[in-house]
Write a protein that binds this ligand. Structure first.
Ligand SMILES: Nc1ncnc2c1ncn2[C@@H]1O[C@H](COP(=O)(O)OP(=O)(O)OP(=O)(O)O)[C@@H](O)[C@H]1O
Ligand SMILES: [Mg+2]
Length: 265
């Protein structure tokens, strides 16, 4: 009934966005896999240098949204803008060239290479590495990158020798190797203890302070809400809430969809 009270932000949830509403904009983004609508008419805008939380229960469509933005899959419908330009369906390498990087939830480092070699490979593709004489320069950059992500003492370890938190840092380092100005970070806290979440949050905050815009997905509500400036919450591929962390914590729709099932607050 139209006389029923609505959440104060309910109108805003239906907004559509234009190319200049943020550094990254999704407007009416939809992705169907056969009969399943994984992302359902989703619209949002990411502002320069913010840390935006992208929240939702298992299977809500978070990774699929990242996949549609970063060129892994073309969206079924809708538009993606990056820095004012329509980049809908652009290839993954093109998005990287434009300054957008992402981490993968199911990442696979080169297990037979050291941490340092993994990041060297991320900086320069193998074929270029062996022919261009860039070895020394690349090595210096890779060492710098290792230090920035907190792996400065682990240069010559293989990924399997790292603690789990180190693996997640390595994946963030891999994404940083392309010098992105926006990073989509998929579940950086998965499987971490609370103290490790704090340390990784510090790294993400440092990246933001250096000028990187971040969109961060995670299941750990407490860890995520203390890191982010603002959150978008989705369920069944559609936006159910948007706002600052304190509003999200108290939002009934969010509690029903998510907090009840995973009491991280
Ligand atoms: N390539 C694909 N083919 C078919 N269905 C897919 C594909 N990728 C994702 N899905 C489905 O789309 C829905 C959304 O999945 P997605 O991985 O985006 O969720 P998520 O929010 O990232 O979940 P999680 O928190 O578990 O990582 C799920 O029902 C999933 O099974
Ligand atoms: Mg996912």
């Amino acid at each position: 009934m139209s006389s029923e009270p609505r959440e104060p932000s309910a109108d805003a949830l239906d907004d559509s966005y234009g190319p200049d509403d943020g550094v990254l904009v999704a407007d009416g983004l939809t992705k169907r896999f056969g009969g399943l609508t994984a992302v359902d008419d989703l619209s949002f805008a990411v502002q320069e240098q913010e840390i935006l939380g992208f929240i939702g229960p298992n299977g809500a469509g978070k990774s699929t949204t990242f996949n549609c933005i970063t060129g892994r899959y073309p969206p079924t419908e809708g538009t993606v803008y990056y820095r004012g330009e329509d980049v809908t369906g652009a290839a993954a390498y093109e998005m990287v060239d434009r300054g957008l990087a992402r981490t993968f939830q199911e990442f696979r480092p080169f297990r037979d290479r050291t941490v340092l070699a993994n990041l060297e490979t991320a900086l320069v593709p193998d074929e270029l590495f062996s022919t261009s004489g860039l070895r020394g320069e690349t090595r210096a950059q890779a060492i710098d990158l290792c230090e920035r992500v907190g792996l400065g003492d682990d240069l010559y370890r293989t990924p399997d020798e790292l603690p789990h938190a180190g693996m997640l840092r390595l994946e963030i380092g891999r994404a940083m190797a392309t010098s992105p100005d926006l990073m989509l970070v998929d579940e950086p806290f998965a499987g971490l203890a609370e103290s490790e979440i704090g340390q990784l949050s510090e790294l993400l905050e440092q990246l933001r302070d250096e000028g990187t815009t971040l969109v961060v997905v995670d299941h750990n509500m407490r860890g995520l809400l203390s890191l982010i400036d603002r959150a978008i919450v989705i369920n069944f591929g559609a936006k159910i809430a948007e706002g600052p962390p304190e509003e999200i914590r108290q939002n009934t729709a969010v509690q029903e969809a998510y907090l009840g099932a995973d009491d991280g607050s």
